[in-house]
Design a binder for this molecule. Structure first.
Ligand code: NAD
Length: 428
């Protein structure tokens, strides 16, 4: 197994063993790595998996799986996609590893015919629910990509089916397995940032989000560019924000009590139906707010989740923690900093000759040592461990469920121009 990957697993295992009870209650899936140190597994603990939807993300998940499938005794039994070029991409990835899974265009035929323990679903959002429910009802454990489902009702339907069938349903929020987030969340949950007053998050891009069509054939438009049409996706909300509301809920150990928002097609007026520009405010019962925006016509600020506490700040995406009042730099360092920043030039004649302010140079501390996080591999390995065990911590699904419900409520709040709370039939 790749050494960096092994280091990441060991890091999570270490967190699981040393974390406080408070922190472990917030991230109970950490335990998945407690017993996974062994690298050789027996024949009778093989996990037989298939992938449904082998487009961009499905192939990425397959690439990750293939890096540890031998060590973790995972057999990729079958691949399924109803668009043949994407199916062939996945077949090719397997062939490069001398694997020969069966190919299917119809997942119903596949789950009927193949002996499987679990499926990985990476189809467009609008069909997550139907495929998930069919697979759970066939007795399979399911890993389904985020966002969980296209509507509130579908999200609840998936959850209820998971309860009724007693099969695992894990949603693809890989930050739950990211060492930076795990370590940062431990600090937040242990009170190291003081009182969290606000969480600010954003995801900014500068591109049209379009994929090219085979031979420029417009009949493929909705199939390939499903993200741009409301029937299939809520655009920036489901594709991007769903990850970040999940981070906010996880940090606060709560779900919101209300959401309001606005949105528009401001720049990419090209026939798309979803907004290219959104801003929302989620409120929590203790007064904390999650303030969010996303756009696709400016990328200067990229993406971030900023956890703003009374004694410190965390910026997860750049692996940084900042103290509100950092220790003063040693005198000579401070002098160099001040000279470099021309502070003395701005001082009035006869004014103070020394400026103790160094915050401008304070770059914070790294949360973990390196940025090679491999969270997608770690979440798939955890899923495999859960499948082998037959169960997963319920909280992991609740993270995906609540992110999906509040993402959908955000969409409705924008459309209606209203402040909304969670209808009680969706509380779990
Ligand atoms: N976790 C992440 O960071 C992350 C990143 C990217 C995408 N995603 C999620 O992954 C999912 C897929 O996104 P994508 O970018 O790979 O889209 P995509 O369009 O590239 O791939 C989807 C694939 O599903 C196939 N498909 C559609 N209906 C099907 C059906 N009924 N049976 C079998 N195959 C079917 C399509 O032909 C296509 O190949 C989305 O839910 C998306 O939000 C998650």
């Amino acid at each position: 197994m790749d050494k960096k990957y092994q280091n990441r697993r060991d890091f999570i295992k270490h967190l699981a063993m040393t974390g406080s009870a408070v922190a472990l209650a917030a991230s109970p899936w950490l335990g998945a790595f407690g017993s996974s140190a062994q690298s050789v597994r027996g024949a009778n603990d093989m996990v037989r998996m298939a992938i449904i939807g082998t487009g961009s993300r499905g192939c990425e998940l397959l690439r990750h799986l293939l890096t540890f499938s031998v060590a973790q005794n995972i057999r990729i039994v079958a691949l399924c996609d109803n668009y043949n070029p994407h199916l062939l991409d996945a077949v090719k990835l397997c062939k490069e590893k001398e694997l020969n899974p069966q190919s299917y265009a119809d997942y119903r035929v596949m789950i009927e015919k193949e002996q499987l323990d679990a499926v990985i679903i990476a189809t467009p959002l609008y069909c997550h629910a139907q495929i998930t429910v069919d697979c759970l009802q066939t007795g399979l454990h399911v890993f389904c990509e985020k966002s969980m489902a296209r509507t509130l009702e579908q999200t609840k339907w998936m959850y209820d089916t998971h309860i009724a069938t007693n099969k695992i349903l894990q949603i693809g929020h890989q930050r739950l397995f990211n060492p930076v987030y795990l370590e940062g969340m431990q600090r937040i949950h242990d009170g190291k940032l003081g009182t969290i007053g606000q969480i600010r998050a954003y995801w900014h891009r500068n591109n049209n989000w379009r994929r090219s069509l085979p031979n420029n054939d417009l009949s493929y438009e909705r199939q390939i560019n499903w993200r741009l049409y409301k029937e299939y996706s809520a655009g920036l909300l489901t594709e991007l924000m769903s990850h970040q509301i999940q981070v906010a809920n996880w940090a606060l150990q709560k779900t919101p009590v209300s959401v309001m928002g606005t949105g528009s097609i401001r720049y990419w007026n090209d026939g798309r139906e979803v907004n290219d520009n959104i801003a929302l405010i989620y409120s929590y019962d203790d007064g904390t707010q999650f303030v969010y925006d996303s756009m696709t016509s400016n990328k200067k600020y990229g993406l971030e989740e900023q956890i703003l506490g009374s004694t410190g700040t965390i910026e997860f995406e750049v692996n940084k923690q900042y103290l509100e009042t950092p220790a003063a730099a040693p005198g000579i360092q401070q002098l160099i900093n001040d000279v470099e920043h021309g502070i003395f030039d701005k001082l009035p004649i006869g004014g103070a000759s020394w400026v103790p302010e160094t915050a401008v140079n304070y770059k914070g501390e790294n949360i973990v040592d390196s940025t090679n996080y491999m969270d997608t591999s770690l979440q798939l390995e955890a899923f495999t461990q859960f499948v082998r065990k037959g169960s997963a911590p319920e909280k992991i699904l609740k993270e995906g469920y609540n992110a999906s419900i509040w993402t959908m409520l955000g969409e409705i709040a924008i459309e209606k121009g209203e402040k909304l709370s969670m209808p009680k039939e969706f509380i779990i």
